[in-house]
Design a protein around this ligand. Sequence first.
Ligand code: NI
Length: 387
Amino acid sequence: MPILNRVAEMQEEVAGWRRHLHETPELLYDVFETSTFVARKLKEFGCDTVESGLGKTGVVGIIKGRHGDGPTIGFRADMDALPITETSGKPWTSKVPGKAHSCGHDGHTAMLLGAAQYLAETRNFKGSVAVIFQPAEEGGAGALAMLDDGMMDKFGIKEVYGMHNAPGMPVGNFAIRKGSLMAAADSFEIEIIGNGSHAAAPHLSIDPVLASAHVIIALQSIVSREVDPLKSLVISVTTTHGGTAHNVIPGSVTLTGTVRTLLPETRDFAEKRLTEVAQATAIAHGAKAEVNYHRGYPVTFNHDNETEFAIGIASSIAGAAGVEANTPPRMGAEDFSYMLESRPGAFIFIGNGDTAGLHHPSYDFNDDVLPYGISYWVKMAETALAA
Ligand code: NI
């Protein structure tokens, strides 16, 4: 049976929580009402420990099994919304102007709450389950903040799993892959410093505009000539700023952009070569380049054994045909990557059906997905921690 009976019974109640969260979206670390709601529910369910304030506004609940000692396994959901004005037209549309749950984190939170309720009722496992609710996935690195507060060691978490809904994939289906699932997302700023002059006397200048043009082109040679074509690298220069008048050569030009990679070694290489190529190209034009490279979320890298395990759990719900076990990587980024750097684990996509895409103003999480996501967590706990 793909979905547990008790989980099917819970659907309306969990959908009610989901719609409540949807109406009251909060951004980044300011998820005060959401985390209060989550902590209150976890206490109502009878979790053995409920700790708030990890990573500013994160919440962890611990549920002990009734079959004795064993390891602790962590399941993570994100709680934050986006600065978007919702246009879904649903009865539970956001009541907060300019904020909306356009990435479905309301659904992720509701599914993990549903699993916590089930697991606290049944406790048919040994060891413990840690349900992790994090703030600030959307650009604030809330996962890292919870790690920095010592979450993994404090609760003795040995493995960690995460989930994200995927519009366009059928409800009840899953997609996952071993290794790199989502990209690292870095950003850079390159200031090319020359020497300004009258535009009619270029020989008196060191022209940063011309140097910046060469830098932009040279950066693409890293992608096309220096990296294995099967190892993805994107370098996009997305802004260029410099100059104030048509007849003045400016003193400097600033470029900014993004770097996306799927392997840690490609990322390290891109950072090193972007810096070297920008500096050397500037020097070739008599100018100099100051490079600031900022590392954002790392590669979301699924561990082999834990991915195999996750595929088995997903298959028990969706059947083998409902699990895409070698889905192509995606160039978006996800801060669950920090947790996967800290502990073995795996991140999986769950189908949201034929809905608007993530971060689209008309997007809404599909409540039909709830029992599949809850079943995934419950079966994962009862299998990983089988008595
Ligand atoms: Ni998201």
